[in-house]
Design a binder for this molecule. Structure first.
Ligand code: UDP
Ligand code: MG
Length: 307
C-alpha cells in the first residue's frame, strides 16, 4: 500500500487544530496509508500538548517540535525530511488553519495516480484580502518571473501541494539556508499540475504574517534563484551613465554649483547603496558557509530509521 504523508506546519494554532484534525481525517482514503506529520514551529500556546495527545491516541500521528520558532520554510523542510524518513511515496503540505481546503486532496491524489509529480493549489479570488496585499501578491509573481526567468510558478500559487518521492528527494538536495519553498519546487521542475480553489478565510486563530514579514520573504524568494545583486549594480551603473550623458548634453562649463553638488550627493548615495548591497551579499555568503542547522528539534516521535 502506498504511503502518503501529510505535513502540517503549526505555529500557535491551538484554536484551529481540533477542527483541522477532524477535517483532515475525512480525506483518508482507505487505498492509501496516511500519516500526519505535525511540525510545531516553537508554538507558545497549547499546540504542542494538543499534538502530543493526538500522537498518544493515534499511531498515524507523528510530530516534530522545534526548540523555537524557525519559520514555516524550516517547518516544511523538517516535514519533508520526515516524509523521507517515513519512506513515503508522496507528501502533502497543508496549512493548519483550513485556508487550504482538505477536500482538494482527493483531486490531488487522482492526478498523482495519473503520473503528475507535483500537484499544487492556486487561490483564485482574493477579494476578502486588503487591496494592498492583493496588489503585492499579484505583482510578486511577475517580478519573480522577471528576475529568475522561471515562468512555471503560477500567480496565486500557495504552499498547498502534493509531491511524489522524486520531488521530495530533489527538494532535499537543495541545501540553501535561506529558503523559498515555492521557488525551490519551481526550480526542480518535474511534471506539474495546478488546481484552483477559492480563497477561504482562516477557520480560527490569526495570521502570523506581518506586511514587513511578507516583504522580506518575497525579497528572499527573488534573490534565492536570481542574480538580483548584479541587477542592482547594473541599475546603479545606468544611473551613473545617465548623469554622464546629462553632463555632455548640458555642457560641463555651464553647470551651476547646485547641479554639481546635487550630482555629488547622488553619487555618494549610490556608492553607499552599493556598499550596503555588497555587505548584504557577504552576509548571505557567510550564512551559507557557516552551515548552521536550519532548525533544531527538541522533541519528536519519528526516528530516523523508521520505515
Ligand atoms: N506557520 C509556521 N511558522 C510560522 C508561521 C506560520 O509554521 O512562523 C504555519 C501556520 O501555523 C499555518 C501556516 O504556516 O499552518 C500558514 O500560516 P498563516 O496562516 O499565518 O499564513 P497566511 O495563511 O496568512 O499566509
Ligand atoms: Mg493562513
Amino acid at each position: 500500500m502506498k504511503k502518503i504523508t501529510i505535513i502540517v506546519p503549526c505555529y500557535n494554532e491551538q484554536e484551529v487544530l481540533p477542527l483541522f484534525f477532524e477535517e483532515i481525517q475525512k480525506q483518508f482514503n482507505p487505498t492509501y496509508l496516511f500519516q500526519l506529520v505535525f511540525v510545531d514551529d516553537g508554538s507558545k500556546d497549547q499546540t504542542l500538548s494538543i499534538i502530543r495527545d493526538y500522537a498518544k491516541q493515534y499511531s498515524f500521528v507523528k510530530y516534530i517540535s522545534f526548540s523555537r520558532n524557525f519559520g514555516k520554510e524550516s517547518a516544511m523542510l523538517a516535514g519533508l525530511k520526515a516524509a523521507k524518513d517515513l519512506n513515503s511515496d508522496a507528501a502533502i503540505i497543508i496549512d493548519a488553519d483550513l485556508q487550504h481546503p482538505p477536500v482538494l486532496i482527493k483531486e490531488m491524489i487522482t492526478y498523482f495516480e495519473e503520473g503528475y509529480k507535483h500537484i499544487y493549489a492556486r487561490q483564485n479570488n482574493r477579494e476578502k484580502e486588503s487591496f494592498i496585499r492583493t496588489f503585492f501578491a499579484l505583482a510578486f509573481y511577475r517580478v519573480y518571473a522577471f528576475f529568475t526567468g522561471f515562468k512555471n510558478m503560477n500567480q496565486g500559487a500557495v504552499d498547498f501541494c502534493l509531491i511524489d518521492r522524486d520531488v521530495i528527494d530533489a527538494f532535499l538536495e537543495i541545501k540553501d539556508v535561506n529558503r523559498f519553498t515555492k521557488g525551490i519546487f519551481s526550480w526542480v521542475g518535474y511534471e506539474k499540475k495546478c488546481l484552483d480553489f477559492d480563497h477561504t478565510p482562516r477557520a480560527a486563530g490569526h495570521t502570523k504574517w506581518s506586511f514587513w514579514g511578507l516583504w522580506k520573504y518575497a525579497f528572499l524568494g527573488i534573490k534565492q534563484f536570481s542574480r538580483f545583486y548584479l541587477f542592482l549594480f547594473s541599475l546603479l551603473l545606468v544611473i551613473g551613465f545617465g548623469f554622464f550623458a546629462v553632463d555632455i548634453i548640458l555642457d560641463i562649463s555651464r553647470q551651476t554649483f547646485s547641479y554639481v553638488s546635487l550630482k555629488l550627493d547622488v553619487f555618494i548615495i549610490l556608492i553607499l547603496l552599493g556598499l550596503r548591497t555588497i555587505t548584504k551579499l557577504l552576509y548571505d555568503i557567510r550564512d551559507q558557509s557557516l552551515n548552521r542547522p536550519i532548525y533544531l528539534t527538541k522533541e519528536s516521535n519519528i526516528s530516523h530509521d523508521t520505515h
